[in-house]
Design a protein around this ligand. Sequence first.
Ligand code: ATP
Length: 201
Amino acid sequence: ASFRVGLTGGIGSGKTTVTNLFAARGAAIVDTDLIAHALTAKDGAGIAPIQTAFGNEFIAANGAMDRKKMRDHVFSDASAKQRLEAILHPLIRAETALAINRARGLYVMLAIPLLVESGTWPQRLTRILVVDCDEQTQIRRVMERNAMTEPQVRAIMAAQATRQQRLQAATDVITNNSDIEALTPQVERLHAFYQSLIAKS
Ligand code: ATP
């Protein structure tokens, strides 16, 4: 599992849609969002330290972190955001390392939504693939999927890296402005390219 593609993109850019297409062709997908989610689900390794640091009111009755409450809390309090990240990031890293070791596939694709923002992953990645999407399309998709208003989507986007910052970090780009059919040839070209790099290494 030494050939590692980090995949990133803004909210609703199409990361999950794109990783599904790579997975169908034999890439092993490690999704750090799913890992983070599991850590803050009932019995997740993040629950006890979050309870200690933030108090019982951030743990819901079902034993999981109260996501909405925590989201609102860290959105308005930068130091709380830092404390939460100090708890979760090392756990996410450790779980991700385990998942990479367990992964069986032609290569590993790591979906890391905040790859560019966190800035500490690239040295362990062979390629950085950005799913790029124009802002209007991105906003429309998230509004439809999450029943959000445009200002709500824009607020999330404002807290993320800009499109240009992401593209600057990219070694590879998939453009997702139209339909799924437009993604297939781009995925196939990159998948073949990655395999050619693996064959040469
Ligand atoms: P998030 O950052 O919120 O996890 P994401 O980057 O993983 O999102 P997806 O969930 O793949 O993005 O896509 C966002 C929404 O847009 C989904 O509802 C998805 O079905 C839709 N979508 C993505 N790409 C396309 C496309 N090419 N054609 C039509 N719908 C699309």
